[in-house]
Design a protein around this ligand. Structure first.
Ligand SMILES: C[S@@+](CC[C@H](N)C(=O)[O-])C[C@H]1O[C@@H](n2cnc3c(N)ncnc32)[C@H](O)[C@@H]1O
Length: 310
């Protein structure tokens, strides 16, 4: 290129597609067909995520680097990832990270993949506590990757929160996520069986009542576990799923403790199965909580029991 009489030879230009009939769609087709044949609905999306992961780019950038895409598709790292997905390992587990409430979270074998439906808990807290500057004390029971607690801490810059999980590996990942997101100073994590760490004499930051208690406990009836899609049945941690015979073992166990941990006017939000709304509302009422409501998720299904302590 000539500019002002000088030959400019070091300008960056987008790589040309030497074969105009070669498109991203055509390149991806064999891998997409492989996943479709394995019963995966969003096969194209998954293939794009796997490639973007290997090429350290965004999905939207793939179209602009067909040479790199073509090379990656031929390599054994991609073949390995594709084979894992074909065996119905969840995409999020293969990537080792997933997004919740706009936060990029590390995942591990012991952490549930955070679901978009769970975001309705964060939404509801924001609606009830519109002043974001409040120094809330938050408690997340069964914190997993830390998804709920970290989403809330990201919205309330003066809040402090405690995440509890029975799995030491999950609590460790939640801690790393908090640190990576710059929320570590305002988060504590504890390995314990629900609220047992909060019984008796409490000292330091663990002492004191909470303004908001959130929980997404395991709520799938044991008998339903085997019938779930392979991504869940074979790859999600059982401790995160199994809610006992009627699915409400964990919910019933932790519910009675909530009033003593909440300050007056404090909120409780507990996720549940689409058909458990009435039973969870009864448990909240029996625990002595008030203003009970059942909130719906993005798909319109009953998903969260909500209550206030008078
Ligand atoms: C459905 S997962 C929810 C994870 C995370 N809060 C989320 O919404 O993505 C339930 C979590 O509860 C934890 N859990 C199960 N039984 C527990 C118990 N007895 N005490 C504390 N945590 C428990 C599991 O390890 C798991 O991380």
């Amino acid at each position: 290129m000539r500019r002002n009489g000088w030959l400019i030879c070091n300008e960056r230009r987008p790589a040309m597609n030497s074969n105009p009939s070669r498109t991203l769609d055509a390149l991806l087709l064999p891998a997409v067909s492989t996943l479709t044949a394995a019963g995966i609905e969003d096969a194209r999306l998954d293939v794009e995520y796997l490639l973007a992961h290997l090429l350290h780019c965004q999905r939207r950038d793939l179209r602009r680097q067909l040479n790199a895409v073509e090379a990656a598709l031929k390599g054994s790292p991609f073949a390995d990832l594709l084979a894992r997905r074909e065996r119905r390992e969840p995409l999020q587990r293969i990537l080792g990270r997933w997004e919740f409430w706009g936060l990029d979270l590390e995942l591990g074998p012991e952490t549930l993949i955070p679901r978009p439906d769970t975001e309705c808990i964060v939404d509801a807290v924001l609606k009830c506590r519109s002043d974001r500057s409040q120094a809330l004390r938050l408690l997340d029971l069964g914190t997993g990757s830390g998804a709920l607690l970290l989403a809330l801490l990201s919205e309330f810059p003066n809040a402090w929160g405690l995440g509890i999980d029975l799995s030491p590996a999950a609590a460790g990942i939640a801690r790393r996520n908090a640190d990576q997101l710059g929320l570590g100073q305002r988060a504590a994590f504890c390995v314990a069986d629900w609220t047992t760490a909060l019984s008796g004499e409490m000292s330091g930051e663990f002492s004191g009542l909470f303004d908001v208690i959130v929980s997404n406990p395991p709520y799938i009836p044991t008998g339903d576990l085997a019938g779930l899609q392979p991504e869940v049945a074979l790859h999600e941690p059982r401790l995160a799923l199994d809610g006992g015979v009627d699915g409400l073992d964990a919910c019933s166990r932790l519910m009675g403790d909530l009033p003593r941990l909440l300050r007056s006017g404090g909120l409780v939000l507990v996720e549940h199965g689409f058909d458990q709304g009435e039973r969870v509302a009864t448990l909240l009422r029996e625990a002595g909580l008030t203003e009970i409501q059942t909130l719906r998720d993005l798909a319109g299904q009953e998903r969260v029991g909500f209550a206030i302590k008078v």
